[in-house]
Structure formats: structure tokens, C-alpha cells
Design a protein around this ligand. Structure first.
Ligand code: UGA
Length: 429
């Protein structure tokens, strides 16, 4: 099928590669000329484990190309995925400007389309946004809704760092449909996927996505709250989780306690859902506490360091800057707040991350960046592990010898072999 993908952010690019890998003919569009040039050269505009090889392959086989014109991308497309960003302000209000502008461009492109096409919303939006904001703009194309154009909400559940695998092997495919014709057409795109398909309404699909991300974030804040108790009474939260998750009613995933959640999705989506719930006059106190607990959790590791050394006169190594391993994305990464706190307290910070240093330089330009974790540990008074990159598991006793003070505080659980007296966990002994 011919697929247009509007927006080459993280999700849009991952989808473009994924659908091309499924042998669909994909044209992606973005206003950013540099991103489109990169894509047409077969390069990913960001780092993502495993995706780099697929983009080269798809572009060279002619299955994927980029354009700065959405009208061009939409021409002749069977399905048009709307995958632009939906930033959320401090008050939780979603900024729908990109959605509206992209929908206008899609409407212009649809004017020229001779056959029926479906617009599928991938961007995360709160319930009723498609009905109240997107559809009225699409109707400006002059095409008849339901006859000449169809509309679906088709949320994406892939995670950064494991994008391609998640895209190709989803737990479920949710198709919120304007009508049966729209859903039937979109379902054809997924004909080769081995996953249950749930057909539902537009606003139901929008809320399934918001509720999924918010529930996962809730699991994390919940387990961090229990983890903080574990720390106080000298037990390991991971032992507790193992025992709790043996109950078949409780699922083990997203119960990894640590420095809290970051990224471009959970922090934003939970705030947007809180605002949506409160705007309707309902209570959102559980989700409000999910956010508050997470905000406190992110810098808890600095409070722990404060009890161990005199931070104001110290050099602290930060290992890991991205919000999770496998990506160079630092959006809402706990490392941003941790570095700010350490700087406020007068520490010198040496940071290392295998992929995210260039991005963190834009946020924290004044700290020292080093080439590997060994250099970071050398002559430092303590190290904080903020991202569980697998390479940090190689840290050994020899590395500790190069530190002024052999102390590592772990914000993420690692499996390395160093003496217990040199390591402390954020929510484990
Ligand atoms: C999340 C969802 O997991 C995806 O299903 C969804 O498609 C995506 O948001 C989105 O809305 O686009 P992502 O933010 O890429 O994906 O990454 P996650 O693996 O969910 O991790 C988010 C944060 O939670 C990370 O900072 C991670 O370190 C933290 N986390 C995750 C924990 O602290 N504990 C856990 O047990 C799991």
C-alpha cells in the first residue's frame, strides 16, 4: 500500500522504517529540511539502536523517501499517518498547533486525491481531539467524510531504544474508527502483523493510549514509593518485586525501581490526562501524585550523595545521560535535574554517556564530558549511575582504584561485580 507519514520525529521515523520493512511504499514529510535530507541519504536523524540499518536499506530499495511537502506525500496515499509532536505546557495543556497545521496540509493534499484515503492519528492526544479539532480541518479539503476520506485513531505503543522490535511485534493494534470503512482500510496496512487487533471508537482509542502510558507511569511511581521504604529498612526492592510479581494478577514489567521516569511521553502524557480529567470536573489525585513522586525521585540520589560526601567540594561522575538506554534522547531525563542539583551544590561534574553527550551539552554546557566511563571515574569523589547502559556492567574493582573515593550510587540496577561497601542503591542497600 502507499503510506504517507506526516512528521519525522521519533515515532514518525520509526514508523516509516517499520512500514517500509513490511514492503509498503512510504513517503514521510517534515518541515525540517535537514531531517528530510538525512532520511533521503539513508541516515536516521537521531540515534536508535537497530533502526539505522533499516533506514539505509529501505531508502536504497526505493521503499522510503522523505519530502518537505506534505501535499506531495499525501498524493495517492492509501493511508496517511499523522505523527507530529504534541508538546504539553506546564499546566498540562496540549499544544495542538502542529496537529492543526499538519492537518491543514493533509487537507490540501487530499483535494488532489482521486481515490478513498484514510487519515490515521498516531500523535498522542486526549479524547475527542480527533473529532473536535482534526476532522473539521480535514473537511476543509472539500471531500466527503466517510465517503471520500476515512479517519482512524491508531495509537502507537513502541518504546524508544527498542522501537523496531516493538513496532514489528506489538502486543495489540488499536484501531479507533470513524466508521467500518475507515477501520477496514487501516486494518489492511497491518495484514502481515501477528497481533490482536482491537476495533473501537475514535475517542476510546485516544483514551486507551493516554490511560496505558499513565498506568505504566503509575506502576513506576508506586514501586519507587515502596522502594524508598526498602531503602530505609535496608532491604532490596527487587527482592520485593520478585515476590509480588509471582502473583499472576500482577505483571512484572514496569516495576523496575530507580531514579524515576523520563522521556518525551510519560511526563507529558500524564500531565495532559490530569488536565483533561480535571477540566471535566473530576478528581485526578492519583495521577497528580504519580508526577509529584517522580519529580522527587529524580534527584533523590543527590540527597543520598549528600549524606556520604561533602558535595560542595567534590568531583562527581555522572554515568548515563539519556532517559533510558538505547537512545540519545535526554528529554526529561533525570540526569538533567541531577546535574543541576550538583552544580547548585558546588560540585564539579564529569559526565559520560555512549550516545547522549551531544544533546546534554545543549542543556548543560559548562560541565566536563569525557570519552568513556573510566575517564569519568578517574579522580572523582563519587559516581552516580543514572542510565543502565549495558556497558556499565563492565565496571570492575580496578576502575574503583582510580577514584579518589570508591563510591558508586546506583540510580538504576546493574549487575557488575564490585564490593558491596563501594556501592549503594537508590532503593536497595
Ligand atoms: C513509552 C511507552 O512505554 C510506550 O509504550 C509508548 O509508545 C511511548 O512511551 C510513547 O508514548 O511514545 P518510552 O518513553 O520510549 O515509551 O520508554 P519506556 O521504556 O516506557 O521508559 C520510560 C521511562 O520510564 C524511562 O525513563 C525508564 O527508565 C523509566 N522506567 C521504565 C522505569 O523507571 N522503570 C521501569 O520499570 C520501566
Amino acid at each position: 500500500m502507499k503510506i504517507a507519514i506526516v512528521g519525522t520525529g521519533y515515532v514518525g521515523t520509526a514508523l516509516s522504517c517499520g512500514f517500509a520493512k513490511k514492503n509498503h511504499e512510504v513517503v514521510c514529510s517534515d518541515l525540517d529540511k535537514d531531517k528530510i535530507r538525512e532520511i533521503n541519504n539513508g541516515n536516521l536523524p537521531f540515534f536508535e539502536k537497530d533502526l539505522g540499518n533499516f533506514i539505509k536499506d529501505s531508502v536504497s530499495k526505493g521503499l522510503l523517501r522523505g519530502t518537505t511537502s506534505t501535499v506531495d506525500a499525501v498524493e495517492g496515499a492509501d493511508v496517511i499517518f499523522l505523527a507530529v509532536d504534541t508538546p504539553v505546557g506546564k499546566d498540562g495543556e496540549i499544544n495542538l498547533e502542529s496537529i492543526k497545521e499538519a492537518s491543514k496540509d493533509i487537507a490540501k493534499g487530499l483535494e488532489n486525491n482521486k481515490s478513498y484515503s484514510v487519515v490515521a492519528v498516531k500523535s498522542t492526544v486526549t479524547p475527542k481531539t480527533t473529532e473536535e479539532v482534526i476532522i473539521p480541518v480535514l473537511e476543509q479539503s472539500g471531500k466527503t467524510l466517510g465517503e471520500e476520506i476515512g479517519v482512524c485513531v491508531n495509537p502507537e505503543f513502541l518504546r524508544e531504544g527498542t522501537a523496531l522490535n516493538d513496532f514489528l511485534n506489538p502486543d495489540r493494534i488499536v484501531i479507533g474508527e470513524l466508521d467500518q470503512k475507515s477501520g477496514d482500510k487501516l486494518e489492511q496496512v497491518y495484514r502481515d502483523f501477528d497481533a490482536p487487533i482491537m476495533r473501537t471508537g475514535l475517542r476510546e482509542a485516544e483514551l486507551i493510549k493516554c490511560a496505558s502510558n499513565s498506568l505504566l507511569a503509575t506502576k513506576i511511581s508506586f514501586i519507587n514509593e515502596i522502594g524508598n521504604l526498602c531503602k530505609k529498612i535496608d532491604i532490596d526492592i527487587y527482592d520485593i518485586v520478585d515476590g509480588v510479581a509471582m502473583d499472576s494478577r500482577i505483571e512484572r514489567s514496569f516495576l523496575n525501581s530507580g531514579a524515576g521516569f523520563g522521556g518525551s511521553c510519560f511526563p507529558k502524557d500524564v500531565r495532559a490526562l490530569i488536565k483533561n480529567i480535571k477540566d471535566k470536573g473530576e478528581d485526578a489525585s492519583i495521577l497528580e501524585e504519580v508526577v509529584n513522586t517522580n519529580d522527587r525521585q529524580k534527584t533523590r540520589i543527590v540527597d543520598q550523595l549528600d549524606q556520604e560526601i561533602n558535595i560542595s567540594d567534590s568531583t562527581v561522575a555522572i554515568l548515563g545521560l539519556s532517559f533510558k538506554p538505547g537512545t540519545d534522547d535526554i528529554r526529561n531525563s533525570p540526569a538533567i535535574d541531577i546535574i543541576s542539583e550538583l552544580k547548585n551544590k558546588g560540585a564539579r561534574v564529569k559526565a559520560y554517556d555512549p550516545e547522549a553527550m551531544a544533546n546534554m551539552r545543549k542543556e548543560h554546557g559548562s560541565i566536563e564530558y569525557v570519552k568513556n566511563y573510566r575517564e569519568a571515574l578517574n579522580n572523582c569523589d563519587a559516581a552516580l549511575i543514572v542510565t543502565d547502559w549495558p556497558e556499565f556492567n563492565k565496571i570492575d574493582r580496578g576502575d574503583l582504584k582510580s577514584m579518589n573515593n570508591p563510591l558508586i550510587i546506583e540510580g538504576r540496577k546493574l549487575e557488575y561485580d564490585i564490593p558491596d561497601k563501594s556501592r549503594k542503591g537508590i532503593t536497595w542497600p
